[in-house]
Design a protein around this ligand. Structure first.
Ligand code: G3P
Ligand code: MG
Length: 240
């Protein structure tokens, strides 16, 4: 039996506004997304900021690595013009700015901790503390491609849901999730037809699928009982 698979805006409504910026998150909320996914990295002075790449080059007018910028300096960058001049002077949001805003909505929040390339020491504790400060534990999911990050969150005895992110086929899904302390899994669309998905369904493990930008794939995810899909187009079902 099909369920109502929820729509999570991937990096905000990133098809319509610059990814991982407040305009993209606000638009996702206006479009009725159930949730929003965003990527978290740390500045040199350990401030969590929202940006997908480790390097600022692709999505701002700057150069160099996020971890080499202080928060004050990274805030000087323009994170909107690369997408469209209409968004000129949009800045990279801090996690704190985002959480202050998202508190005023009902959206589920998925923070992806980008520790698969750079080992941001203490990112787990910093993010965990901030979610607790804003009392958003009940509607937050923390995810990462890095199993060690999930394990660190789990060891912290975090009450927040933890999801492991993968694009690989693995055999004993539930054993791995138990071992690292994850309650759910986020999988790439190409794993939809895999034996791995069969095992996920058998074990009744909650799972979400990225990145789904076609109605046909969304329908398939619904048939396959996915809890949510990540999409760049949160209006996928209603747009003409
Ligand atoms: O969290 C789902 C998806 O965002 C993972 O891949 O590269 O878009 O962060 P990426
Ligand atoms: Mg992501």
């Amino acid at each position: 039996m099909a369920i109502n698979t929820r729509i999570f805006a991937h990096r905000g409504a990133s098809h319509y506004a610059p990814e991982n910026t407040l305009p993209a998150f606000q638009l996702a909320n206006e479009m009725g997304a159930s949730g929003v996914e965003l990527d978290v990295q740390l500045t040199k002075d350990n401030i969590p900021v929202i940006i997908h790449d480790e390097n600022v080059r692709r999505t701002t007018n700057g150069v160099g690595f996020v971890q080499d910028y202080t928060y004050k300096d990274i805030k000087q960058l323009d994170a909107g013009s690369w997408y469209n001049e209409r968004f000129a002077n949009t800045t990279i949001p801090s996690l704190e700015e985002f959480l202050k805003w998202v508190q005023t909505t009902n959206m589920t929040i998925n923070l992806e901790l980008k520790t698969n390339v750079i080992n941001y020491v203490h990112i787990e504790a910093i993010v965990n503390e901030m979610i607790e400060h804003f009392k958003l534990e009940d509607r937050t999911i923390l995810s990462s491609f890095n199993p060690e990050t999930i394990r660190n969150l789990s060891d912290m005895n975090s009450q927040i849901e933890r999801a492991w992110l993968t694009q690989m086929r693995i055999r004993k899904v539930h054993l791995l999730l138990n071992d690292i302390g994850a309650q759910s899994i986020h999988i790439k669309t190409r794993l939809l037809s895999s034996n791995m998905l069969k095992r996920i369904l058998q074990e009744e493990i909650p799972y979400r699928v990225y990145t789904v930008n076609r109605v046909k794939t969304l329908k398939r995810c619904e048939q396959l009982q996915a809890d949510a899909i990540f999409t760049d187009l949160p209006d996928l079902l209603t747009k003409p």
